[in-house]
Design a protein around this ligand. Structure first.
Ligand SMILES: *Cc1c(COP(=O)(O)O)cnc(C)c1O
Length: 348
């Protein structure tokens, strides 16, 4: 069992921090005269500072996710809580985080910005966790482990038993990035927050929910971990327009389940079409809204598609991703254009 102790894990300066008390967090009643925040009362649409803790939006999210409101943190994209977690738990120049390449790049970038070391243990050849190597890599200064499932850019789910084992044996925080979990929601760890006090789950409105432009990400964890994040965050990190819009879209939502199914069907079709092409060596199975595709010459194919006005992500520089492109599932028309362009592709 891990001897997880949140109070020991958090940085000293954060534990003792008296957070900024915003004017709007002091009073939450209605029908009062607000003369406390130097807003312009003569204008009326977005003249007020937003709710720093986004209570209404969290109520809507709590209902669809079946988690308590106190277990929810909302950020400007999930990239914000990634940075906040590193800043709250890792001492610059001393602590480290553990990541499993090939994976999402922001964990490493955020750590580097904060002068926090990054330890890496590559995934196995079948893109799963290498548990023995991971246990060996963990040291006393390892504060956070980042697991991405389904993983970006490989598209596969990480074995749940391995995740459980790390949750049980690691005494720091296990951050499980479920940005793509809506495409296979039955594998989410969200209902296990009460079992694992060291679990932090990241989800986002940018992928299945189709709101990447709004910038709204979620972190789910124990109320104790969430209060650390609330202490460190910028007071008004989610603007009023986004709070309103997102709450409306959640309450009135009728399309997410439907478009998710459409994307999954399109993924199956695109995978088959790609596999039939001579320049494609392998299409990896995917539980997300993208495909990792190994081709003869990723650089050449990437440049060719670009010349046709089609932009895909070249991942061939990443470990275990030799000559791989990551292709997002688009609209039916976009997917058709991609296949048409690929059919016309010949080596110069
Ligand atoms: C897209 C993505 C995110 C970032 O989501 P935002 O909420 O838009 O910041 C996080 N993690 C992974 C693995 C992603 O692919």
């Amino acid at each position: 069992m891990s001897n997880f102790n949140l109070d020991n894990l958090v940085r000293d300066n954060i534990r003792s921090l008296a957070p900024y008390a915003s004017a709007r967090s002091e009073y939450s009643g209605q029908d009062v005269i607000y003369l406390d925040a130097n807003e312009n009362s003569l204008c009326s649409l977005y003249n007020r500072y937003p709710d720093p803790l986004q209570q209404q939006l969290k109520t809507a999210i709590a209902a669809i996710k079946n988690v308590r409101k106190e277990c929810i943190y909302l950020g400007n994209g999930s990239d914000e809580p990634i940075d906040l977690l590193i800043r709250s738990f890792c001492n610059p120049g001393r602590d480290n985080i553990l990541v499993f390449p090939p994976t999402y790049g922001m964990y490493e970038v955020s750590a580097q910005i904060n002068d926090v070391a990054v330890k890496k243990v590559n995934l196995t050849a079948d893109f799963q966790l290498d548990l023995p190597a991971i246990m060996q890599a963990i040291d006393a200064q390892t504060k956070l482990i980042f697991i991405c499932s389904p993983n970006n850019p490989t598209g596969n789910l990480i074995d749940a038993g391995s995740i459980q084992q790390l949750l049980e044996q690691f005494s720091g925080l296990v951050v499980l990035d479920e940005a793509y979990i809506d495409f296979n929601a039955s594998y989410s760890f969200l209902q296990q927050l009460d079992t694992y006090p060291n679990l932090v789950i990241l989800q986002t409105f940018s992928k299945a929910w189709g709101m990447a432009g709004l910038r709204l990400g979620m972190a789910f964890a124990s109320p104790q971990i969430i209060s650390v994040l609330n202490k460190v965050k910028a007071p008004y990190n989610i603007n009023a327009a986004v709070q309103q819009l997102a709450a409306q879209m959640i309450t009135g939502n009728t399309t997410v389940a439907e478009t998710t199914q459409q994307l999954i069907a399109a993924r199956t079709a695109l995978s088959a079409a790609l596999q039939a092409l001579p320049s494609v060596k392998k299409v990896y199975p995917s539980d997300a809204n993208f495909l990792l595709v190994q081709v003869d010459d990723a650089n050449a194919l990437h440049a060719y598609l670009k010349s046709k006005g089609i932009i895909v992500r070249n991942r061939s520089g990443m470990v275990l991703c030799d000559n791989c492109l990551r292709i997002t599932i688009g609209t039916a028309g976009e997917n058709r254009s991609l296949i048409t362009a690929l059919n016309a592709y010949t080596y110069a």
